[in-house]
Design a protein around this ligand. Structure first.
Ligand code: ADP
Ligand code: 5GP
Length: 214
């Protein structure tokens, strides 16, 4: 039976492990597509345009928002971020799931969009605040000042934990990946994800009437 794609949202305070878990999920199911966000922040070393983000000028970003090309958009850490709508609609209609790494504002807007009933949202929590800091330092991507800013912002992000469908404490990475796979596998079976179910039940009904009601 055909199925519709899910919009799978992963959010967390920076450093809790959503990028790592998203990569592992994509390794598990290569048919998952990742929603490449647009942003006005400059690329970090090693980040490629069109691969990690679509890096846009502020003017171009605003134009895309005005042209209603973004499924959602938000201001995070002083920069604009948004999810281009076109590739998402295309994937969902073709029955492919799309993975989003967006903050709580993006999650809220996607839930409230026309694709809301196909949304699965998962919040990733760190085991402790010290471990969150340790992971940000270990990642080695940001200067001390940026890490301090991310830590300051983390409580703001965590405070939205209870608007998500699932919440995972990312302690052991392998266990978290296993839990994520279980969640995704089950959610793919949701009634809203199976567009042919109504026709299947109608066919069962016809067979029932023909054979049983005589
Ligand atoms: P985010 O995308 O949420 O900002 P990352 O996925 O970049 O976070 O993870 C931050 C750092 O923590 C990375 O160096 C990553 O390898 C590490 N990490 C992620 N999950 C775990 C875990 N369960 N245990 C230990 N380290 C982890
Ligand atoms: P970073 O700059 O570290 O890549 O991302 C910073 C924050 O922006 C993260 O919390 C990430 O989830 C969020 N983010 C990335 N892309 C998007 C997006 O398209 N929309 C929204 N709302 N947030 C995003």
């Amino acid at each position: 039976m055909a199925r519709r794609g899910l919009l799978i949202i992963l959010s967390s305070p920076s450093g809790a492990g959503k990028t790592t878990l998203a990569r592992r999920l994509m390794g598990w199911d290569p048919d998952l597509s990742f929603s490449i966000s647009a942003t006005t922040r400059p690329p970090r070393p090693g980040e490629e345009d069109g691969v990690h983000y679509h890096f846009l000028t502020e003017k171009d970003f605003r134009q895309q928002v005005a042209d209603e090309q973004m499924l959602e958009h938000a201001h995070v850490f002083g920069n604009h971020y948004g999810s281009p709508a076109g590739p998402v609609r295309e994937a969902i209609n073709a029955g492919r799931d799309v993975l989003f790494d967006v903050d709580w504002q993006g999650a809220q807007q996607i839930r409230n969009s026309e694709l809301g009933k196909h949304t699965l949202s998962i919040f990733i929590l760190p085991p402790t605040i010290d471990e969150l800091r340790r992971r940000l330092i270990e990642r080695g991507q940001d200067e001390d000042k940026v890490i301090a800013k991310r830590m300051q912002k983390s409580w703001d992000e965590i405070s939205h934990w209870d608007s998500y469908d699932y919440v995972l404490v990312n302690d052991d990475l392998d266990e978290s990946e296993e839990k994520l796979r279980t969640i995704v596998s089950a959610e793919r079976m949701r009634r809203a994800q199976q567009p042919d179910l109504a026709a299947h039940v109608r066919a069962l009904h016809d067979q029932f009437r023909e054979k049983e009601v005589r």
